[in-house]
Ligand binder design. Sequence first.
Ligand SMILES: N[C@@H](CCC(=O)N[C@@H](CS)C(=O)NCC(=O)O)C(=O)O
Length: 201
Amino acid sequence: MKLYYSPGACSLASHIALLEAGLAFELERVDLKTKQTESGADFNVINTKGYVPALVLDSGDVVTENIAVLDWIATQAPTLGLNGPLGRTQLLEELAYISTEIHKSFKPFFVGASEEDKARANQYINKRMRWLADRKVGKYLFGNEPTVADFYLFVMLRWAAKFNIAVPEGLVALQARMSERPNVQSAIEFEEMPARHARSA
Ligand SMILES: N[C@@H](CCC(=O)N[C@@H](CS)C(=O)NCC(=O)O)C(=O)O
């Protein structure tokens, strides 16, 4: 299986999740401007949507969308999901909230929007982060062990820090806790290395 990623992008959540799941996978970097992968392939052919993450399974099927990729990983490694009759539903609920209410709200910071639009987005993200912080029930969102939703949130918290968006103390602590995890450090270290040929993780 191979994860197509871009350094520090939302695909970092899937990269961390795959490491935490202990699954065997390869990584290939994508230049999101040129849509070229580091081995010279046209990424638009691999994922016709042109964005990361894209996870190519051993079957050849391509899974895209953070929610679907993270849900697929949690299905392979149930310790990264939630137990109980409503477990998967609640996990999807949280992933959808992070994707549609938080992730998408960062757009003004990536497209060079006006200061006014960025200020509005800043307030909105802060409000949505506060809701998550209020609902958090342990060291992580759902308890004392992380789920794939925490990995997605972690990437959003890194972006919030980068764009000076205030987040509640409980989420700052969650980010710090996540940063101490060896798999998180290893994923970030790998992504921050200069471009190289695709390699196995
Ligand atoms: N709806 C997609 C959005 C993914 C997305 O926004 N990916 C960004 C990186 S964080 C990207 O690849 N942008 C490049 C582009 O859209 O051309 C998902 O949730 O997976």
